[in-house]
Design a protein around this ligand. Structure first.
Ligand SMILES: Nc1nc2c(ncn2[C@@H]2O[C@H](COP(=O)(O)OP(=O)(O)OP(=O)(O)O)[C@@H](O)[C@H]2O)c(=O)[nH]1
Ligand SMILES: [Mg+2]
Length: 446
């Protein structure tokens, strides 16, 4: 795991290094490309705000701060473990192990993955002195913690009375927006959905239709209470955080016995049964809800070690789709398909660098060509369409550039996907090409 993380961070750094070199690469393009175009390319690629932000995030991510509110035993600590895919928050079966409210850092291999403020909600909190109510005290503590997102955790089968927690969260959110001048993102998590009947079905892929319907009903029930109380939430989702653990030597261990293990065993617990349901979807929701970009990347780095590289590559593709659409819409004196190939080659180089490989712009161009490139019928069609649309542009400006840009965007999107398949997922050229053919068919491009 540790090695893996270092490797991934190295790959991200690799991508950054390539980006820094991009200006030089563009300068060194053959002389047939006029300087003016080179500088337009540089401005468009190096000046892209989203791309800059993404690359800055490689260095400046920070652990997301998560405020958890939910009754004892609803699975707050388990949810954190489920999100991170490792045992980092202590889970208790027998007695609750978190106090009134607690803030702690989730660490793995000496790194802080998340900062947590954990509370059992207002109904289970008591004031520690007479001058300040338990509610007021909690609200102050929450604001001091300054969370990136609040998670209200409910039990799928409990049907708890959640009115007091919802009311409390409303007050806490109001105070938060008064102080921070931004809304507190709130996500509601209906946990333990594996326990919904038939509860013997623990493997997410084996959930029956009947079980899923019941889970959805529970979500609907909670949602109606939240709406009735006027609490504004970002999203609500039903999940299961169920993970069973084993020691590094393969011994299955009950959650309430974990605390008796030596620390080195606790640090190296492995998943023996993975009953997690919709945790990936919850991560997507959290990523969307968290407003701070550095915390967003931090969440990705904490939780999606395996998929972080692919997500970066997808994000890069999306950014380059925008860039190629801009390039296609810019009137340029030489065949814009050539410029488009340079833009796409830079994207391919960046994606390859994410896989740990340094490839030249020439190799990237060859990759694009091997995908059916400019010699293929698809590209001939595109060149014609591009030139025709440029012509059209003279007569009906908006329609013309929109057509041209959308063709450029589809081309870049498919090249991005093919590069991810080949460089990151380790597919063969033939398989990557097949994917691309399918996309073309889907989009109706010959
Ligand atoms: N089946 C199932 N059990 C779960 C799930 N989430 C948590 N549990 C179990 O519920 C019990 C309590 O979980 P915790 O994560 O300690 O709950 P908590 O909300 O942190 O509790 P406190 O720290 O006491 O507030 C443990 O036995 C967990 O293994 C789940 O999604 N499915
Ligand atoms: Mg707990």
């Amino acid at each position: 795991m540790k090695d893996n993380k270092i490797k991934i961070e190295k790959r991200l750094q690799n991508m950054k290094k390539f980006y820094i070199k991009a200006a030089k690469i563009i300068d060194n393009l053959p002389d047939v490309i006029p300087e003016k175009i080179k500088s337009t390319l540089k401005d468009t690629i190096l000046g892209d705000k989203d791309l800059k932000k993404l690359l800055e995030g490689v260095d400046s991510h920070r652990p997301p701060k998560i405020f958890l509110i939910g009754r004892t035993g609803v699975g707050k600590s388990s949810l954190i473990n489920a999100l991170c895919g490792s045992y980092i928050a202590s889970v208790s079966d027998t007695k609750s192990c978190t106090e009134n409210a607690q803030s702690y850092e989730c660490k793995k291999d000496g790194r802080t993955l998340m900062e947590i403020f954990d509370t059992r909600g207002i109904a289970e909190s008591e004031s520690l002195n007479d001058t300040i109510s338990a509610e007021e005290m909690l609200i102050n503590q929450i604001n001091e913690f300054s969370p990136d997102v609040a998670l209200l955790i409910l039990g799928c089968t409990h049907r708890d009375d959640i009115n007091s927690d919802v009311e409390f969260l409303k007050k806490a959110a109001d105070r938060y927006s008064e102080i921070n001048k931004v809304r507190l993102p709130i996500v509601v998590v209906v946990n333990k959905c594996d326990e919904m009947a038939p509860s013997r079905l623990k493997e997410p892929e084996k959930y029956s239709e009947n079980k899923i319907n019941k889970i959805n009903e529970s979500v609907k029930h909670y949602k109606s209470i939240i709406i009735k109380n006027g609490l504004k939430i970002d999203n609500i989702i039903a999940v299961s955080s169920l993970i069973e653990w084993q020691t590094p030597d393969g011994m299955e261990i009950d959650v309430d016995c974990i605390k008796n293990l030596p620390q080195c065993d606790i640090d190296n617990l492995k998943i023996s049964f993975d009953g997690r349901y919709k945790i990936e979807e919850l991560l997507d929701i959290l990523e969307e809800a968290i407003l701070d970009f550095e915390a967003q990347i931090g969440l990705r780095m904490a939780s999606r070690l395996e998929s972080v590289v692919r997500r970066f590559a997808k994000h890069l593709t999306n950014i380059f789709i925008g860039i190629s659409a801009t390039v296609a819409a810019t009137p340029i004196p030489i065949s814009d398909i050539y410029i488009l190939i340079i833009v796409q080659s830079i994207l391919v180089c960046l994606i390859a660098s994410l896989s740990g490989r340094d490839i030249s712009i020439e190799t990237a161009k060859e990759f694009i060509l091997s995908m059916g490139g400019i010699a293929g019928a698809g590209y001939t069609f595109r060149i014609l369409a591009q030139q025709a649309s440029k012509l059209l542009n003279l007569i009906v400006p908006v329609t013309g550039s929109a057509l041209s840009s959308s063709i450029a965007a589809i081309g870049t999107s498919s090249i991005g996907k093919a590069a991810i398949a080949y460089y990151i997922d380790g597919k063969t050229i033939e398989e990557a090409k097949k994917n691309l053919e399918n996309i073309k068919k889907e989009k109706n491009i010959s």
